[in-house]
Design a protein around this ligand. Structure first.
Ligand SMILES: Nc1ncnc2c1ncn2[C@@H]1O[C@H](COP(=O)(O)OP(=O)(O)O)[C@@H](O)[C@H]1O
Ligand SMILES: [Mg+2]
Length: 457
């Protein structure tokens, strides 16, 4: 009714009032004889009608019409629409209220748009795969990480029922269990690619609406490959340590038992005692190396940085290494520039040089040579430890820095090696933000090169 009234144009009202005037004229003509007077009266009345109409139209109908138009625009989602009513009183207030409503709707819609943009940015960029399934099992969304794990494109998944496009049994079970039990469910999956293997953890979480009815499920895919690798490394490490300890402990126990049986010649007893001593030294070395590695790996570990002369530091350790070289009939030469100052952890740098020189001597046959050379290169120091020893074949070379990796187990054991020396060296050098290189030829010799900045950190 209202709508019909306000929607009519002015001309309808003008024609309407003309019609009313004619009817009034017809009724009055019964009583008034003089046509001129009647006509004048009708004219006056019509003009009065028109003025009234114009007033009402401008004051009420036009603004309300405009308000209706504006509300319609708002309903359609055009939140920029505004009413321009200047009339005072209630109509003007209505206009202002509609404008205020439009402003807050527009703010709300901007906020909602921002929220949904933020949400989709988060979903797209999280480091886990994500799939959204509705209560009928149709896929509504897959994110970038999911596509990078499973391949293909969004259009190959969205709009399909999950079991048509997600063929893996483990994924289907996760979705089914999540819907069935209406709580979070977890499964693991090993995804074989052409080049590698990824370990995935699949977690399904149900989505409920405000009336607690199940509306769908979010399926997340976490890539736990690195974590699995670390776990495997940790297991290997524990197994290796136990194995390394087992041999000397068995020997010590065996020889001690034999000694306890008594009735041995003095020199046999001494022989047994020597073995026990050597094996204890081996255990001690192993424990010391393990402690060193654990210290280096500890989160709170910090280098004890100081500025010192590299030559002085190396001169401190050379005498005992020269002894070792002499025992092995290997000649050792050192060439270190004077006044070469570096800022580093002195004790740790000494440890690096001791480990590398000990290896060079141990893996060099009688009459061989070991050279320690230091080069001063402006901002950098390069330390070369070169030997004329047995060398390392290219097949073993990439692995020698791994813990417990040895080319020849028996030889390493014979020299008192723990298999951890190079792992410690690499760790120390890298903590100093330096690098270590190795170059070797079987039966010719090996050169280790360490590049250190003169001002670590
Ligand atoms: N200078 C070298 N010449 C030949 N082989 C070496 C040399 N340095 C290290 N290696 C090889 O690398 C392995 C690992 O070295 P390292 O970690 O110091 O353990 P180890 O306790 O066995 O010496 C050694 O067992 C040896 O096979
Ligand atoms: Mg060693």
């Amino acid at each position: 009714m209202k709508k019909a009234l306000f929607n009519r144009s002015l001309i309808t009202y003008v024609t309407g009032s003309l019609l009313i005037t004619v009817i009034i004229g017809l009724v009055l003509s019964q009583f008034i004889e003089n046509n001129w007077i009647l006509l004048a009266m009708l004219l006056l009345q019509y003009i009065f009608f028109l003025l009234m109409l114009l007033y009402i139209f401008n004051k009420y109908i036009k603004p309300i019409d405009e308000a209706i138009h504006s509300v319609n625009q708002l309903l359609k989602g055009n939140y920029r629409s505004r009413v321009h009513i200047s009339s005072p009183g209630q109509i003007g207030e209505l206009g202002q209220q509609i404008n205020a409503l439009a402003r807050s709707l527009s703010e709300l819609s901007i906020q909602e748009q921002m929220h949904s943009e933020q949400l989709s940015t988060v979903i797209e960029n999280i480091d886990s795969g994500l799939v959204l399934v509705d209560d009928k099992g149709y896929i509504h969304l897959v994110n970038r990480k999911f596509l990078s794990i499973f391949g293909k494109q969004t259009k190959d998944y969205v709009g399909y029922i999950y079991y048509e496009v997600l063929r893996q049994k483990e994924i289907q079970e996760t979705v089914q269990d999540t819907f069935l039990y209406e709580k979070s469910m977890k499964h693991s999956l090993i995804k074989e690619n052409d080049t590698d293997q990824r370990h995935l953890e699949i977690v399904g979480a149900p989505i409920f609406n405000e009336r607690h009815l199940l509306k769908g499920a979010v399926i997340m895919f976490y890539d736990v490959t690195e974590f699995k690798k670390l776990e495997l490394m940790r297991k290997d490490f524990v197994a290796n340590v136990s194995h390394e300890l087992k041999t000397p402990i068995t020997a010590i126990k065996g020889f001690a038992e034999t000694l306890l049986d008594r009735g041995h010649e003095a020199d046999t007893s001494e022989y047994f005692l020597n073995i026990i001593y050597d094996e204890s030294v081996r255990i001690q070395a192993l424990v010391e190396d393990l402690l060193m590695l654990s210290t280096l790996e500890h989160e709170t570990f910090q280098l004890q940085l100081a500025t010192f002369h590299l030559k002085d530091a190396i001169d401190d350790i050379l005498p005992s290494i020269k002894d070792h070289a002499a025992k092995n009939k290997v000649s050792l030469h050192a060439d270190i520039p004077h006044n070469l100052l570096i800022t580093a952890d002195q004790e740790k740098i000494k440890q690096v040089i001791i480990n590398l020189l000990t290896n060079a001597i141990n893996y060099t046959p009688i009459d061989g040579e070991v050279n320690l050379t230091v080069e001063d290169k402006r901002e950098q120091v390069v330390i070369y430890i070169q030997d004329t020893g047995i060398g390392i074949s290219s097949e073993h070379l990439p692995r020698i820095f791994e813990r417990f990796y040895r080319v020849d187990k028996a030889r390493s054991r014979h020299t008192g090696g723990t298999g951890l020396g190079l792992a410690i060296v690499k760790h120390i050098v890298e903590t100093h933000k330096g690098t270590i290189d190795v170059d070797s030829k079987e039966n010719e010799g090996t050169t280790f090169s360490i590049y250190l900045s003169k001002h670590s950190q």
